[in-house]
Design a protein around this ligand. Structure first.
Ligand SMILES: Nc1ncnc2c1ncn2[C@@H]1O[C@H](COP(=O)(O)OP(=O)(O)OP(=O)(O)O)[C@@H](O)[C@H]1O
Length: 960
């Protein structure tokens, strides 16, 4: 941009320099275009570097003044001159900058001209063919058949190659050729080509009716019977009047039905995708590619094609029944020829086109990868820009583009080869029936109209029995979509997922790891049992104690190995059966006579919330054993901090508590925490709820209010539905997550443990919580931005004086807003939102006036707020929800220690018990216990230790 600005100034002084430069380039127009559009970085090295503002300097030279004006228009426009200018900018670069493209274009234009020539040749061939037929000129007729066949051999490659080089064109040309042929041949119009759309689309009875109409029409024509012919014309027109609405409505209702089906199916898949947190399992295990694209794009293709194909099959069946009789009654050998021809055609197209199925499948996948790559750039624009990673992104996207192009290239070749076959197949149909029936006509046994009728009936039946030939590409695409959607449906189904090869592979690795860990652990525990107490050694009993014992029996080395192997096999079997870490919800007995509102489970140290009993955590792919044999109790009000080196498995402990990971062994007992193992169960903020705060908070799309209420109140209605259908959530006291009737049980557990839904917080409460997390100023920013947005969107904007006023007002509002000052975080500044935001804001506020509450301001929160602000907003969420247990994963990592202290204190005051993950020593002060994980980095994978926080603080050990 700097360079562009510099050049622009330079050019203003010396306009000729641009032209000179452009003349020097090999493709002058394109270079000039580049100068104006993209900046000249690639072509010029410029001595001056300007401030960014100079980049806005615009060059106006006499020759480019009008284009410059168009260039200034940014955004949607319906101005024809602007659209034309844009069209030029879009079209010209490729054709001017790529010399080979021009050659290829010349080739396609040549082929397109050739197709017209071929069409003209066919039209004359057709004329002579039917003339020879009607004049009963047998020799001439035979010669015409030979000429026709030679025409096909020469002409079809032209159509196919036009189609290959410019998809769609050849097909269009071929169709045009047939139409032209038909148009110039009065007699040939009697064939199926004469009434193609109507006859193929309307109902069976109408099609038969048209067939007979056509026969009489051409009979009267050839008999030169004017009155009867006119009458027939009228009948034809009347029939069109009735028939056309039939096929128009049929097309409309078919598409409508496909749309409704798509809506239902998408909703159904979405439900499965979110049930049992399948969306997470698919992502974490990389089980299938692009699930989002399968839901959004494949479903649409599936419903359209499934309905289209089934109706085509139905049509074909009706046609088959209707016209078989006609054809058979005309000439049975014609019927036999048709059957032989269609069976041969079907087999041929299957043989030639079978590779299309796989290629279509791949095409869907690579196209989806390409789209996903672009979406990722949009989502991570800032990070990529900071890294300066645009070249890497470009390279990665180019690689994806190459995959798209390479596969599509193969697809084009495969369909080109199939096209050769199907084109011959289709074109021969023009001759076959006439050629077979001609001997009867020459012998005077049938009238001319019967030839046209038989041709029409032949075409109908052939269309029906040649479905595979005609629709092969559609069928191949459809099979690919069925494959992708079917696979998706299997993996979102909790009961079928295990059969997927990728899941099985992961499970095998997990089983192997579990077996190794269990054997090692069995050996270790037996070693421990065998190791001598120090006093015993002192007493000289070492020799005796060294013999390992189990249940009082002495064990030989072989026994040890066998016991370890058995433990390993049991662990592997458990993994294979899908039994991993189990979350058991202990339903607490409520004493009816007790005045206490909730039942509790306690011991000498107070109320117990959860207990981890010999829990070992492995990564889902079986690659790592992160935690071994962890046992601990969490008491209410006794918060736990998990520390350890990076990669030790701290977050994995939270994942396990949230039920996202089950790979490993052991049991987690939950006493009154409905959300443990599945936080979704208690999203309505009941006292049994668990809320998780990740390091990068999830900002939902919507208003500031939506951010604060998520997920506790915003999903209440969905939650009830989810509880009923969720079969992967927590289960009853005796069951595990993996039990059979989990859906019902989880609903019961949720109902038993979660407190009644709390009322939605008022505006005052929401504002108070924002103030508590030091985000009070955000409200003011939202209010100012909302007012500015409303001003921008008012219709009186067309009044320049008003606009001027509005702009001043916005500036005033901005400057009066504290956060907009230079001293406050500039990255978080709220610019006046675009009109679309203003409209969204108005919609949210339900009024054309700025809303009384800035809470309804809608913005892209994750793009607008700094990470620290997002973390504070997430804490506000947490304070409102006041869950019984809060799981925080480095949730204050972007905050200064003052803000961190403030937020933790507010959380503790709200009564929540906390399990935090973090590296900062300052966190120890807000917790009572510290779980330290060894981690493989420290050479202690799986090892752990629980220490009272006081002890660490007293010794300062946490600072090391
Ligand atoms: N879905 C997954 N599949 C396989 N391995 C995983 C998966 N997610 C994480 N891991 C691995 O598990 C190990 C523990 O990850 P975890 O996120 O729990 O570490 P952590 O202690 O929280 O690290 P940090 O402090 O760096 O955030 C890491 O080695 C990580 O690579």
């Amino acid at each position: 941009m700097l360079q562009q600005g510099s050049l622009a100034r330079h050019a203003t002084r010396h306009p000729c320099s641009i032209n000179a430069a452009a003349r020097r380039s090999s493709a002058g127009t394109s270079r000039l275009h580049s100068l104006r559009q993209a900046g000249p970085q690639r072509q010029y090295s410029l001595p001056l570097r300007r401030s960014p503002s100079t980049t806005r300097t615009h060059v106006v030279t006499p020759s480019t003044a009008s284009e410059t004006k168009k260039d200034e228009i940014v955004g949607p426009s319906t101005d024809i001159s602007v659209i034309y200018a844009r069209l030029q900018r879009l079209v010209l670069p490729y054709w001017t900058e790529e010399p080979s493209a021009r050659w290829r274009l010349a080739g396609v234009v040549g082929l397109t001209l050739a197709t017209t020539g071929v069409s003209v040749v066919f039209s004359f061939l057709g004329r002579d063919f039917y003339n020879a037929l009607s004049e009963r000129d047998v020799e001439g007729f035979k010669l015409m058949i030979v000429k026709y066949l030679a025409g096909f051999v020469l002409g079809i490659p032209v159509f196919v190659y036009t189609d290959y080089l410019q998809p769609g064109a050849g097909e269009g040309a071929a169709v045009q050729c047939c139409r032209t042929t038909a148009a110039t041949q009065l007699k040939q119009r009697a064939t199926s080509r004469s009434q193609p759309a109507a006859q193929r689309c309307v109902g069976g009875a109408v099609r038969v009716w048209f067939n007979f109409l056509g026969r009489d029409f051409y009979n009267y024509l050839s008999d030169k019977n004017i009155d009867a012919f006119n009458m027939q014309l009228v009948k034809y027109l009347a029939s069109f009047g009735v028939g056309i609405p039939v096929f128009v409505f049929k097309a409309y209702y078919q598409q409508r039905l496909a749309l409704e089906w798509r809506e239902w199916m998408t909703a159904h898949l979405l439900k499965q995708y979110f049930a049992d947190r399948s969306f997470y399992q698919l992502q974490a295990g990389a089980i299938v590619d692009n699930p989002d694209q399968r839901i959004a794009s494949d479903v649409r293709q599936f419903t359209d094609a499934a309905l289209g194909l089934s109706l085509t099959i139905l049509n074909s069946l009706i046609d088959l029944v209707s016209f078989s009789g006609i054809l058979y009654s005309i000439y049975p050998p014609l019927f036999a020829a048709l059957l032989a021809y269609s069976i041969g055609g079907t087999l041929g197209s299957i043989a030639l086109g079978k590779s299309l199925v796989g290629l279509n499948f791949n095409q869907e996948a690579v196209e989806a990868d390409m789209r996903y790559g672009l979406v990722r750039v949009r989502e991570n624009a800032e990070s990529i820009a900071f890294y300066g990673g645009q070249n890497n992104e470009m390279a990665a996207l180019m690689q994806r583009l190459r995959a798209v192009v390479a596969n599509y290239g193969k697809l084009l070749i495969a369909s080109r080869n199939l096209d050769f076959f199907t084109s011959f197949y289709k074109f021969l149909i023009q001759l076959l029936p006439a050629a077979v029936v001609a001997p009867l006509f020459f012998a005077g046994k049938i009238e001319f109209g019967v030839i046209t009728q038989s041709s029409s009936a032949f075409n109908h039946i052939l269309n029906d029995v040649s479905l595979v030939v005609y629709q092969f590409e559609t069928l191949a695409g459809f099979s690919a979509v069925v494959d992708r959607l079917g696979e998706f449906q299997e993996v979102v189904d909790d009961k079928l997922r295990h059969a997927h090869p990728r899941v099985q592979k992961q499970r095998a690795a997990a089983a192997a790891l579990a077996s190794t860990v269990a054997s090692a652990s069995a050996l270790q525990s037996m070693d421990l049992a065998a190791s001598p107490p120090s006093e015993a050694a002192a007493d000289g009993q070492q020799q005796q104690q060294q013999q390992p014992q189990l249940d009082g029996r002495s064990l030989a080395a072989a026994d040890l190995q066998a016991a370890a192997a058995a433990a390993g096999a049991a662990a592997a079997a458990a993994v294979n059966e899908g039994v991993g870490i189990q979350v058991v919800h202990v339903v607490l007995w409520q004493d009816p006579s007790s005045s206490s509102s909730s039942s509790r489970h306690g011991d000498a140290d107070g109320e117990v919330l959860l207990e981890m009993d010999h829990v070992s955590i492995n990564t889902p792919d079986g690659g790592l054993a992160l935690v071994q044999d962890l046992s601990l109790k969490l008491h209410a009000g006794v918060s736990l901090l998990i520390m350890g080196p990076s990669g030790a498995g701290k977050t994995s402990v939270l994942r396990t508590l949230a039920g996202l990971w089950q790979s490993g062994a052991g049991t987690i007992y939950s006493y009154g925490l409905a959300g443990l193992g599945d936080p979704g169960v208690a999203v309505d903020g009941g006292s049994g709820s668990v809320l998780f705060l990740p390091q990068r908070p999830y900002m939902v799309l919507g208003s500031l209010r939506d951010q604060l209420l998520y997920p506790t109140w915003t999903q209440r209605s969905g939650q009830q539905e989810g509880n009923g259908s969720s079969n992967g959530s927590s289960s009853g006291s005796s069951g595990s997550r993996n039990g059979d009737a989990e859906g019902v049980e989880s609903a019961e557990v949720a109902a038993a443990m979660a407190a009644p839904s709390r009322p939605v917080p008022t505006d005052a409460e929401l504002e108070a919580v924002l103030a508590k997390v030091q985000l009070g100023s955000l409200l003011q920013r939202c209010k100012a931005a909302a007012a500015a947005a409303a001003a921008v969107a008012t219709p009186s904007d067309s009044n320049p004086s008003h606009s001027q006023h509005s702009t001043e007002q916005q500036q005033q509002q901005r400057s009066s807003t504290p956060v907009m000052t230079a001293t406050s975080a500039p990255h978080a500044a709220l610019d006046p939102p675009p009109a679309t935001d203003a409209a969204a804001f108005k919609a949210a506020a339900g009024s054309s006036q700025p809303a009384a509450s800035a809470l309804d301001y809608v913005a892209d929160w994750s793009g607008m707020l700094s990470l620290g602000e997002q973390q504070r907003l997430a804490f506000a969420r947490l304070l409102l929800a006041a869950p019984k247990l809060a799981l925080l994963d480095e949730a204050t990592s972007a905050l200064d220690t003052k803000n961190e202290a403030l937020l933790y204190q507010a959380l503790i005051d709200s009564g929540s018990t906390v399990i935090s993950v973090g590296h900062r020593p300052s966190l120890v002060a807000y917790h009572q216990q510290v779980l330290q994980l060894g981690g493989s980095q420290a050479g202690m994978p799986g090892k752990w230790q629980v220490t009272p926080a006081q002890e660490l603080l007293a010794t300062g050990a946490h600072l090391q």
